[in-house]
Design a binder for this molecule. Sequence first.
Ligand SMILES: [Zn+2]
Length: 215
Amino acid sequence: MAIKHHLTDDLLMAYAAGTLSEAFSLAVATHISLCDDCRATLAAYEAMGGAILDRGDDLAPMSNDALARALARLDMPAPASAQKMPKHPVLPAPLQHYVGTDLSAIKWRKLGMGVRQAILPTNGKGGSARLLHIPAGHAVPAHGHRGMELTLVLKGAFRDEAQQFSRGDIEIATEADEHTPVAMGDEDCICLAVTDAPLRFNALIPRLMQPIFQI
Ligand SMILES: [Zn+2]
């Protein structure tokens, strides 16, 4: 299924410039490993990086037009067709560095309401990263955000109040967003979730458990 929810240009540019935290870099790298569109955009930013990103203060927002022209100049090869792509493991290469390749070997810890998590060993500076395992039909307790949360689907699918996300899709939630992600269909949902500040849970119990769960 085609990926519908992508990275923002801001995140791709920051990744190209090397200014993202380890946790956010991991989320970007994992999405890029699954998404031809964002990989092509990133390649354009990286190619232009020396010329544009170094200018820093007078960096103007790039128009879509400018990006299209840059891509044309780079003569990007067309993305390989889906048929030619090797079948992806559930855990893409960037994540294998942290958790290996074996999904069944992951040490999950209960987060409540059937949801389990595995905190990934990033350096903890500027954000934390975890895998979430949401059983089919279950929900992550309703929460808001004090910063940015990226949620990338690796297996299954989830929906929140407004949208649906399946493998490769990335949801970008900010302080303005509150949501209750629910795993859809018959399949358990596994996501990579990255945050740069603790979540704001609406209910008392999840709030009390936050220090323990480091979420
Ligand atoms: Zn993308």
